[in-house]
Design a protein around this ligand. Structure first.
Ligand SMILES: [Zn+2]
Length: 271
């Protein structure tokens, strides 16, 4: 599943090239998670001004209105002057004066939404519940620690929920909890300032490193220029059940929290 780093890498791979491009045609394939929301012809002639990101949404600002793109479980975007003919899993394409922007999404949990702007009720509903961006100035330790203190949830689902900080998906949540010595089941309110500080720093470091290295290599992910992300996440615990912990050598454990797999070292990570 594309996580925040992959979405950010995708954004960087085409944001500059597409800025200023005028839309000349719109292709809609099979239905995605949500309908586009306007007739495709309504987008013709509009100009792309910028590509931003909020959480895992790419926000494509047009001279009039905005497109919101979500990659869902298996989506990837490519932008290039020319692309091979559309395949069975290509479900959205913008032809522009600077090239083609194509959404490839075999599982079709992704979506492209045309909205009037960030204040559009649909956009406000999807973006309004999102927590702080972890890689921006607004992510401050004091507010993060306060949010942990006031939560009644275990820390792992709290991180995955995205209301405190966005972008900490399952792989990253397992890793940052390992790096900060906190067990996934620990109540967030029981985490003291020292461990909270380590967790805060780990979230920043791990996500930043993933963006710098091109996102973790995930099966369905490729950046918009067609290059697979080349950062093979050097996971300490994720996907390593039964293998020796890289720090203490004891076997990594797996437990289910909700629907998600939590990998952890019972020796290095304290309740
Ligand atoms: Zn260990």
């Amino acid at each position: 599943m594309p996580e925040l780093p992959e979405v950010e890498v995708t954004r960087r791979s085409f944001a500059e090239q597409i800025a200023g491009a005028q839309i000349s045609s719109v292709f809609l394939g099979k239905p995605l998670r949500w309908p586009l929301g306007v007739q495709p012809d309504a987008l013709l002639g509009r100009t792309v001004q910028a590509v931003r990101r909020r959480g895992k949404y790419l926000l494509i600002d047009l001279d009039q209105g905005m497109l919101m793109v979500h990659l869902g479980m298996s989506g990837s975007l490519r932008f290039a002057p020319a692309l091979p003919p559309l395949g069975p899993h290509d479900h959205f394409e913008l032809a522009t004066s600077r090239g083609l922007l194509r959404l490839h999404d075999p599982r079709r949990f992704g979506a492209v939404l045309a909205v009037t702007g960030q204040d559009d009720p649909v956009a406000a509903k999807l973006l309004g519940a999102l927590g702080t961006e972890p890689l921006e100035e607004g992510f401050q330790f004091d507010a993060f620690f306060r949010a942990l203190r006031h939560s009644s949830q275990p820390i792992k689902p709290l991180l995955l929920g995205g209301k405190v900080v966005v972008g900490v998906g399952n792989i990253y949540a397992c890793e940052v909890l390992f790096l900060s010595g906190i067990r996934p089941t620990t109540p967030a309110s029981r985490i003291g300032p020292a461990r909270a500080r380590r967790l805060y720093q780990a979230i920043r470091d791990v996500l930043q490193r993933a963006v710098e290295r091109g996102g973790s290599t995930l099966r369905d992910f490729s950046a918009a220029d067609g290059n697979a992300g080349h950062f093979q996440l050097e996971a300490n615990v994720y996907g390593r059940e039964g293998l020796p912990c890289k720090v203490c050598g004891k076997p990594v454990k797996l437990l289910r929290q909700g629907q998600r797999s939590s990998y952890f070292c019972a020796h290095c990570q304290k309740p």
